[in-house]
Every structure is written in C-alpha cells, then in structure tokens.
Design a protein around this ligand. Structure first.
Ligand SMILES: [Zn+2]
Length: 319
C-alpha cells in the first residue's frame, strides 16, 4: 500500500522550545518577564489578539507596551521560546481593562485566523487555546476538591492542599480520523449538525484500553457497517476545539456494503474522485475546511488519481 502525504499540514509546526527543564526554576521564569526580548500575547476565552489590518497577524507586545496598555496584571502562562524571544500569554478576564489595546486589533477565534497564520503563530495560537480550555475546566483538584494553582509557568496545575499536592497535566483527547478506500472510491460521512451538503472523513475518540488502529476499525464499523482491514497511520494534528489530538489514517475496506447507525451519523457514501470533482464543482458537495487534517487526508487520496489536484479544482471554482 503506497500512501504519500501531499503537503504541509496546518497547526503542526514545532518552532517553540517549551523549555521543560528550565521552566521548573521560578526565578528564571520571573527574570524572563523583564527580558527586553520577551513578547506577550493577549488572550481572552482562549482566543488570541490579532493586529488590525489586511493580514491577521498575532500581535506580540513588549513589556513596555503591556505596562502602558494596563494589562500587565493579567495572569501569565509561559509558552516557550523561539530563536529570538521568550513568549508569555496574558489571559484577560472581565476584571482586566481592554481599553489600552482595543485600538490595535481584536480577539479572533483560531478557526477563523488559522489559514492566515505563520507556522510559529499557528503553534502559539493553538497552544494558548488548548491550555486555556484545560485550565478553565480544571479549577479544582479532581482528587480532593481543593483549588488548583499554576505550576512551572502555568502548563501544569498543582493542588493547593498541602497533603494532597497532586500535579495535574494538560488533558488531550485522542481521536482517529480516516479515509477508507474501496477500489477507486473513498468512504465519507456526514453528521446531522454539519452544514448542508458537507461530507468528511469518518472520525471518533479512542476508548481507554484500545489501540488506535482498533479505534479506526471500531468507529468505521459502528458508524457505517463497513469492515476495515489494513490501516496505516499518516500524521497527527492538534485540534484544540476543544481538546483533541487528531490521529490521521488511511485504511482499506473489506466490503462496500453500507449500513449506517443513524444515532451516530446522518449519511455515508462511497465517492469516486470523478464524483467528488463533479459534485464539488456543481456546488452539491462541501468539503472540510483547508486547515483540517480531514481535508489533508482527503486531498492526499484524491490527488493520487487522474482528476488533478483538489486545491486546483477549488481554485477554478472560486474564479
Ligand atoms: Zn488535591
């Protein structure tokens, strides 16, 4: 089986040194905040703050700018370091004034901003979104119920009860997503809550005690009744909406008879590349967004055929 990935997958860069060892030193961390090369990213409800203008670029504040904007008291999380700068996020709440920064730009959801970000910006915006959601949902210790406190720069939480003192690490929910093939066709499904005419790869969360290969087989069988044989892991993508790590696969079906579980999905169909191209150009088929691993997997499969490149077909449609 010859599966070739075709292009860079968004939100998967690794330009940030998370400084796992150094961040254990609180004196080093405090010193970093006064470092003139340090940059601060303002966030609210997990959304980062972007500069006004044609290009939505993350706005990196200096310490002086943070102070004069009146947001230096917001809770900070140490994100890591690039070649040139350490980065902290400043999480604004309703207690903080936004007046000092309001003229510069706005808070934007990552789903909207992602296609326009550089790899480093995408990595930072993904990290702050994921950490924020986890912190918001782990205010209290799950063992003893005492409040949790930030630890090691904020990407660990520690129970404030001295006897308990349990460390809590960020939660990431593993989920598989798969292009299933039968001959020259692939299996796509749609969920009821999706926009009209949208089809995408099948996906589902990994159960405790389950291998990810078996999750692929179980999810496809549960949702569509299709048995899957060979599965191959392709790539992963952090997907902080709110807390997933998507594990992308391609797989070979052992049969093509579809028998959907209406509790799980609305519809599932086999599509040839030609059918996808025609339906897509007619406007009868909506595909997953360009930043998603679902689209990346689908493009990888589609572009191996004789119908051209999916992105080029999309470009002709927009013209
Ligand atoms: Zn505790």
């Amino acid at each position: 089986m010859d599966f070739e990935p075709i292009s860079e997958l968004p939100l998967t860069a690794s330009n940030l040194d998370r400084a796992t060892a150094k961040r254990r030193d609180p004196i080093w961390l405090e010193g970093l905040k006064d470092d003139p090369t340090t940059r601060f990213i303002a966030t609210k409800d997990g959304n980062a703050f972007y500069r006004n203008g044609e290009q939505n670029a993350l706005l990196f504040f200096t310490l002086d700018e943070v102070k004069s904007a009146g947001i230096s008291s917001a809770e900070s999380i140490f994100l890591g370091m690039s070649d040139t700068s350490p980065f902290f996020s400043l999480n604004l709440t309703d207690d903080n004034t936004e007046d000092g920064i309001a003229n510069f730009g706005e808070f934007i959801d990552l789903r909207k901003s992602a296609p326009l970000l550089s790899p480093l910006e995408g990595e930072i915006a993904t990290l702050v979104k994921a950490i924020h959601h986890w912190r918001e949902n782990h205010i209290f210790c799950g063992r003893c119920g005492a409040p949790n406190l930030p630890h090691e720069g904020g990407n660990i939480l520690k129970c404030s009860d001295e006897e308990c003192g349990r460390l809590h690490f960020p939660r990431t929910d593993a989920a598989v997503i798969v292009v299933v093939e039968w001959g020259d066709k692939c299996l796509l499904g749609r969920q009821r809550q999706w926009p009209n005419r949208m089809f995408s790869c099948l996906a589902g969360f990994v159960d405790p005690g389950e291998t990810i290969e078996n999750t692929v087989r179980r999810e496809v069988l549960e949702e569509t009744g299709v048995k899957v044989g060979e599965v191959r892991y392709m790539a992963s993508q952090p997907w902080p909406f709110p807390a997933s790590l998507m594990l992308g696969f391609r797989a070979k079906a052992l049969s093509d008879e579809i028998n959907i579980d209406p509790e799980e999905i609305d519809e599932a169909r086999w599509f040839s590349r030609g059918e996808i191209k025609e339906a897509f150009l007619r406007g009868d088929l909506t595909l997953p967004g360009r930043i998603s691993i679902s689209r990346w997997l689908l493009e990888g499969w589609f572009n191996e055929g004789e119908e051209g490149e999916l992105s080029a077909i999309e470009a002709t449609k927009k013209r």
